[in-house]
Design a protein. Structure first.
Length: 385
């Protein structure tokens, strides 16, 4: 009765079971895996957000497959602050970056075609690909005084069925930005092979001091789809607004946009109130990002202060994003260590294998956890190792 593409292993893993038992017992929890900004103590202008959702213009139905021009103009204005001229006609609004990925996969791939994704990387890609009948192939990020793309690994992974390479900029969870040199090398490889770039930039605005990464939205050397949305840049995941920008050689870009418009017209998933609210919601990013960047700096300083006197743990270098990776002794599996921290110290973090680190000895920690909770959690983790 059901499709093979949804025949997932739905059994819960050991950490999920341990967390459920912990919560059922009513035990306290220091959650250093937090990813929901609306529950991390940030302040929002709630009145402005709610007013924006009550525009009387939303009472009129105007089906625009790519999104209302006024909403797309607000996105173009966002890129203008980065000195990138993005024509409104190059933008497609979606309800999430997940939906944007599905649109792009449908545009580029036949069943069984391949998309290259970074490793370590975010585990959501597997589900997005499977429900679109697309095969994921990993290419490696390597760590040597900072993260870098392993271009030998990437080129070895390319086959005649490769349709695109995903670059998460900055990567989740490693915090690695693709450098201009890496972007140029990537363009050279992919333009020779007629392979597209999919650049996921949801964390682009959260660069640490000293880093000023360029956006792939200005990339014209090869067909490029740049994804972002207000879930991260405005801290409003519940509002469900994202977008993709198509760029590249004119012939390929025009063909891609024509196909994307048909896909978007089939779904018509964007609602009017949120589109009319988008200019106001994007304006909220300034105060939100200031709060987040202050917290990132504060929490990273806490980690580094504690690690200065710790003999066995270290923090891997990161350039942006909301996460830090701790290198810990691999005396047990990461999952065993995380469950022990949960059950014995009431602290929740993610094991590295969730993000496909190729060995044990890594913990992934959210940097947007409230400072007091974060400091106590870090102290408990490091005192236990």
């Amino acid at each position: 009765m059901f499709s093979d593409r949804t025949n997932w292993n739905l059994r819960t893993n050991r950490l999920t079971e341990a967390l459920a038992a912990h919560r059922a017992a009513g035990k306290p929890l220091l959650d250093l895996s937090a990813s929901n900004p609306t529950q991390c103590g940030f302040e929002y202008d709630g009145a402005a957000v709610l007013r924006a959702l009550s525009s009387p213009f939303a009472l009129k139905y105007e089906p625009e497959p790519l999104g209302l021009p006024s909403a797309r103009q607000a996105v173009a204005a966002y890129y203008a602050t980065r000195n990138i001229d993005v024509p409104v006609s190059d933008l497609v609004l979606t309800t999430s970056t997940s939906e944007a990925y599905s649109f792009i996969f449908r545009t580029l791939c036949n069943p069984g075609d391949e998309i290259l994704v970074p490793q370590p990387g975010y585990p959501l890609f597997d589900f997005l690909a499977e429900i679109q009948d697309v095969k994921l192939v990993r290419y490696a990020l390597v760590y040597d005084h900072g993260w870098q793309i392993n271009f030998h690994s990437l080129e070895q992974a390319i086959t005649p069925r490769t349709r695109a390479v995903v670059v998460v900029h900055p990567n989740n969870p490693t915090g690695h930005f693709a450098t201009e040199t890496e972007a140029a090398e990537l363009n050279g490889i992919l333009s020779r092979c007629d392979i597209a770039v999919i650049a996921d930039e949801v964390f682009l605005d959260f660069a640490l001091a000293g880093y000023a990464p360029p956006s792939f939205a200005a990339n014209d050397a090869t067909l490029t789809f740049t994804l972002s949305g207000i879930s991260k840049i405005c801290g409003l995941p519940q509002m469900k607004v994202a977008w993709l920008r198509a760029s590249g050689p004119q012939r390929l870009k025009s063909e891609a946009l024509a196909r994307l418009e048909i896909i978007a017209d089939t779904h018509l998933s964007m609602n009017a109130p949120i589109q009319f609210a988008l200019p106001t919601l994007l304006d909220q990013r300034h105060t939100f990002q200031k709060q987040v960047n202050t917290r990132l700096t504060q929490n990273l300083s806490r980690i580094d202060e504690r690690l200065a006197s710790h003999k066995t743990c270290s923090r891997l270098k990161l350039e942006g994003g909301w996460y830090a990776v701790l290198r810990v002794p691999a005396t047990a599996s990461d999952e065993d260590l995380v469950i022990r921290l949960l059950t014995e110290r009431d602290v929740l973090v993610h094991p590295g294998h969730f993000y496909e680190f190729d060995s044990d000895g890594f913990l992934v920690i959210s940097l947007i956890t409230a400072p007091g909770e974060f400091a106590e959690g870090i102290d408990r983790i490091l005192s236990s190792i």
